[in-house]
Structures are given as structure tokens and as C-alpha cells.
Ligand binder design. Structure first.
Ligand code: 5GP
Ligand code: ZN
Length: 119
């Protein structure tokens, strides 16, 4: 069982923010912003690339509810999913990072690589 499946099963504790039958939102253990939430489907889906569209259809309103619960709907937030090796995905269970609580810098990654390829 993967680490996020263990969190869903309650085998690893988490600081939950929001939950329904299909999805769970909890605080990231190593926050990269004042507010850093992980939003996952309860079923094991490896990443965004293998995620059925129907799951995303239900996940969208759930993510919006999480933002509302934390008042981030008013101040704004960044939503990220790291997909696969180049995307920097470390936990192979689909998750969206919701980052907020401060003005976030942008852009911040891989500038050199982009420049070499396209310039
Ligand atoms: P990735 O790099 O796969 O996009 O992000 C994985 C995220 O999961 C990281 O931000 C990391 O801090 C977080 N994480 C890893 N293990 C745990 C854990 O056991 N509990 C919580 N709450 N977050 C975790
Ligand atoms: Zn899993």
C-alpha cells in the first residue's frame, strides 16, 4: 500500500482539512507555503496522466470546497500536480498541492532548460 493509501486507511495520521466519500484533503508534512494542502482521491490513481476524466469532474468541486474552507477562494492560491519523473513526483498517488497564504513567486523552475531548448 502506498503512503497516501495508508493515510486514507488511517494507518498513518494526517491533519485533515476536508473529506467526502471519494476525496481527502490534508496538510502537507513539509509545507512550502504558509498554507500547503494535499488533495487526493481515496482510490489509488498513480498520477494525473492516468486519471479518468470522471474522477476529475468530481474532484474539481471538492478542490473548490477546500479553498472556500480555508478562505483561499478570496485571497487566491496555486494548484500544482507533479506528474512523473520530470515533474518531480515523489509520491505515486495522484495529489494536487494547494499553496496559499502569501503571494507566491513565479516562475521558479527549469528556466535554463527552457532557454536551451527554445531559444
Ligand atoms: P510530490 O513531490 O510527490 O508532488 O509531493 C509529495 C508531497 O507529499 C510532498 O510535498 C511531501 O512533503 C508530502 N508528504 C510525503 N509524505 C507525507 C506524509 O506522510 N504526510 C503528509 N501530510 N505529507 C507527506
Ligand atoms: Zn495510493
Amino acid at each position: 500500500m502506498c503512503i497516501f493509501c495508508k493515510i486514507v486507511a488511517g494507518e498513518i495520521p494526517s491533519n485533515k482539512v476536508h473529506e467526502n466519500d471519494e476525496f481527502l484533503a490534508f496538510h502537507d508534512i513539509n509545507p512550502k507555503a504558509p498554507i500547503h494542502i494535499l488533495i487526493i482521491p481515496k482510490q489509488h490513481i498513480e498520477n494525473f496522466q492516468s486519471c479518468p476524466g470522471e474522477v476529475m469532474a468530481n474532484m474539481t468541486p471538492f478542490i473548490q470546497e477546500v479553498a472556500k474552507k480555508l478562505d483561499l477562494d478570496k485571497t487566491g492560491y496555486r494548484l500544482i500536480t507533479n506528474n512523473g519523473e520530470d515533474g518531480g513526483q515523489e509520491v505515486m498517488h495522484l495529489h494536487f498541492h494547494m499553496l496559499g497564504g502569501a503571494k507566491l513567486s513565479w516562475p521558479y523552475q527549469a528556466i535554463e532548460k527552457v532557454a536551451k531548448k527554445y531559444m
